[in-house]
Design a protein around this ligand. Sequence first.
Ligand SMILES: C[S@@+](CC[C@H](N)C(=O)[O-])C[C@H]1O[C@@H](n2cnc3c(N)ncnc32)[C@H](O)[C@@H]1O
Length: 260
Amino acid sequence: MWNPQQYLQFQQERDRPFFDLLAQVQPQTPPHTVADLGCGTGHLTAALAKRWPEATVLGLDSSAEMLSKAAYAGPNLTFQQADLREWQSAAPLEVLFSNAALQWVDDHARLIPRLAGLVAAGGTFAFQVPGNFEAPSHILLAEVLSRPRWANLQAESRDKATLGAFGPAQYTALLAPLGFTVNAWETTYLHLLPALPDGANAVLEWVKGTALRPVLAQLDGAEAAEFLAEYGSELARAYPVQDYGTPFPFRRVFVVARKG
Ligand SMILES: C[S@@+](CC[C@H](N)C(=O)[O-])C[C@H]1O[C@@H](n2cnc3c(N)ncnc32)[C@H](O)[C@@H]1O
């Protein structure tokens, strides 16, 4: 289950790649059909509707919790609860956008060609996924999960092994043969996470909003507290707090692909 409050605790840092991606989406004519797949709370879908006021903009997400916060009205903006793995667009999409969502789908290398098929000729497929699967936050999570105490827990459901191998070159190799002109790149942001009330571990709070969700969902309150203390102490060593914040490097991979 997604927790919108937890996820948006670092909204400024999480939103920034969305706008860096959007800046590279330059359709030759204003699009009429736009979809944001895995739109979450919809506040960024609203930014798409504002950018292209003549378009019909759909925000789609499978999480009722996330969509319950999607209180952004607009004549050209609607939201739908659906699974992007099966969803079919009523009309070809002139912009298919997705920010920080496709990596949640197992075997996303098979998903991407399917989504590419929903894009109109001349349309744009733009997405961003985290590329931080080799970061200490993930390596330490796997290490703590491998300890005997937590042997019964399932790790993330994401296809991490496959995703870890996906960078700009691999996405280009997937989409270019399908007739797309691809602009793909990567950026490592150095987030300086602010000090939190009560000395809470900022990196732990960040990960609680995303990668830790599937783990915490399997634990009761006392077990969760124990797990968080164990993993949190590893994170505190890997990401020391400085006077100016907690430096948290975060790699992301971006793709803007134009069809035909
Ligand atoms: C990290 S959040 C990103 C939300 C939003 N795009 C943003 O940037 O704020 C990932 C979102 O993907 C959604 N998601 C994951 N798997 C999905 C699926 N199979 N179908 C639809 N949405 C999915 C989740 O419910 C979640 O809201």
